[in-house]
Design a protein around this ligand. Sequence first.
Ligand code: GDP
Ligand code: GDP
Length: 455
Amino acid sequence: AAEEGFDVEDVEGAIEAAGHGPLPVLAVVGRPNVGKSTLVNRIIGRREAVVEDKPGVTRDRVTYEAEWAGRRFKVVDTGGWEQDVLGIDASVAAQAEYAIEAADAVVFVVDAKVGATDTDEAVVRLLRKAGKPVVLCANKVDGPSGEADASYLWNLGLGEPHPVSALHGRGTGDMLDAVLEALPEAPEQSFGRAVGGPRRIALIGRPNVGKSSLLNKVAGEERVVVNELAGTTRDPVDELIELGGVTWKFVDTAGIRKRVHLQQGADYYASLRTAAAVEKAEVAVILIDASENISVQDQRIVTMAVEAGRAVVLAFNKWDTLDEERRYYLEREIETELGQVAWAPRVNVSARTGRHMEKLVPAIETALAGWETRVPTGRLNAFLGELVSAHPHPVRGGKQPRILFGTQAGTKPPRFVLFASGFIEAGYRRFIERRLREEFGFDGTPIHISVRVRE
Ligand code: GDP
Ligand code: GDP
């Protein structure tokens, strides 16, 4: 590396940075109007702008990436979920429950000016039961005179209240230091799979695509509920299901059941649920209703799984209802609307007739294999060397940036760091990704490529 103009330390640092596994997850919970959204915006800082660059995605997005003191983590924002017809207590409790389930640590936001309410107490009980680390945020302490209000919150029994003004930024740094202490380095629940333990599948898709029908079809009567938080209204439930001679864990299957009573906020609620399931899973089986046009909502769900870095399988359901014309148009739609996951294995199924159910497991196995693929550095560089000499980067400003060498920094999903002599254009990066896929497989997995440029 040194002779190519990179410091050994730079190279090691870059590999380390790119190779981080899945990020730990922080949930921000609390009653409406206590300032959760304001706080989340403050935590994610300028990254928010990146989010807003994608029209149409913002409203449904509930997890964001953040960084503090050099550590990266994800933030689950529950602020967009307003009171629903169940009433304030039930809705706050349910919202908190999902977020807590998916999280490695929790920031519980209380309005210090108002003090602790009964609803706050209800959330405290949930937090105790879940046993996750909690940082108590006493919000709306805009100046020193509010500090006394914050100290009353010791009574909640959650330890030290951190006086914060989410609006002005006061105290947020100290609070984030406490958050970093509470967050594990690597998320335990997400990838702490016991060796030989069941692989985790999230079966996701918009309402009515056939998720419960599919689950019933593949599972029959052999479902084993493995995890139920007793006494709560909407429990995240994982089920063990044997398919193709192997036991799989379908995470958060309670989210698949119908919730007719939910009207207001139901979309947001469904997104939160989907995000929580995806966080817990290794592979997302995304169900799409093949009889209907592929919708923006389908695309958002796909984006969620890809951005979370999960293995992906696309299952087109209700195949029994398709005529030749629809099949023709579906293929065109898949090309234009689902180009971002052209690499995902695809199965055309019918939960009603059982068509091609037996193809589901091989597709899942393919995706997981791609997700875990590691390319040895020697092979990767032989491939890059050939690629670069056969297809050099276009000359820009009289110079020709070159990929000098590369390494795979991590798996699940595969992450690569390439070292270059100059700025590598997006088009050329995409070209490299395509050729990497052709050469090494990676079916069913997103891959990350970061490029370091020699100074
Ligand atoms: P959420 O419903 O919990 O997400 O709450 P929001 O973030 O939407 O905030 C509710 C209201 O409280 C908004 O009008 C905010 O401007 C206000 N607010 C949030 N944080 C603070 C704060 O630290 N100080 C003051 N004075 N107001 C705040
Ligand atoms: P979910 O909301 O995603 O769980 O969807 P459901 O499993 O409740 O299915 C929604 C509707 O689609 C129900 O009326 C199902 O009977 C129907 N459905 C599900 N799968 C199929 C299928 O493969 N073929 C047909 N024709 N209908 C299906």
